[in-house]
Design a binder for this molecule. Structure first.
Ligand code: AMP
Length: 114
C-alpha cells in the first residue's frame, strides 16, 4: 500500500466507496463522477501505477480483466454491450496513478474516444 494513494486507501477501507464486488486481489466500486448509467472501477489491491506495468504481470492482468467482465455481468450489461477502458498516463487522461479499469455501460458508446 502507498499511503498517499487514493485508490490504495479505498482498497484498504480507509476511504469510503460504493463497493460492488471484491476479492482477494481486487476491489470494484462505483465511480464518483459516472460517465454512463453504469460506471464501475476495478482496481488491484496492490499498488500498480498503470497498465504499462502489466507487461511483467500477466496473472494480474488476467485477474483484473476477469473481474471487469464479472462486474459487467452482475451489473446487467452483458446483453446490451459495455466498454472496458484504462487510461495510461496524464496525456491519455489518467488522473489517479493507481491502475484501474473503467467498466462503462447502460448507454450507446461513441468511437473514437476524445
Ligand atoms: P482516470 O481519469 O482514468 O484516472 O480515472 C479516475 C477515475 O476515478 C475518474 O473517473 C474519477 O471520477 C474517479 N474517482 C476519483 N476519486 C474517486 C473516489 N473517491 N471514488 C470513486 N471514484 C473516484
Amino acid at each position: 500500500m502507498t499511503a498517499d494513494c487514493l485508490f490504495c486507501r479505498i482498497a484498504a477501507g480507509e476511504i469510503p466507496a460504493d463497493i460492488v464486488a471484491e476479492d482477494e486481489g481486487w476491489v470494484a466500486f462505483r465511480d464518483i463522477q459516472p460517465q454512463a448509467p453504469v460506471h464501475v472501477l476495478v482496481i488491484p489491491r496492490v499498488h500498480v501505477e498503470s497498465a504499462a506495468d502489466l507487461e511483467t504481470d500477466s496473472d494480474l492482468a488476467g485477474e483484473l480483466l476477469r473481474a471487469a467482465s464479472v462486474v459487467a455481468r452482475t451489473e446487467g450489461l452483458e446483453q446490451d454491450g459495455f466498454r472496458i477502458v484504462t487510461n495510461v498516463g496524464e496525456r491519455a487522461g489518467q488522473s489517479v496513478m493507481h491502475l484501474h479499469f473503467h467498466v462503462l455501460g447502460g448507454r450507446r458508446m461513441r468511437w473514437p474516444p476524445g
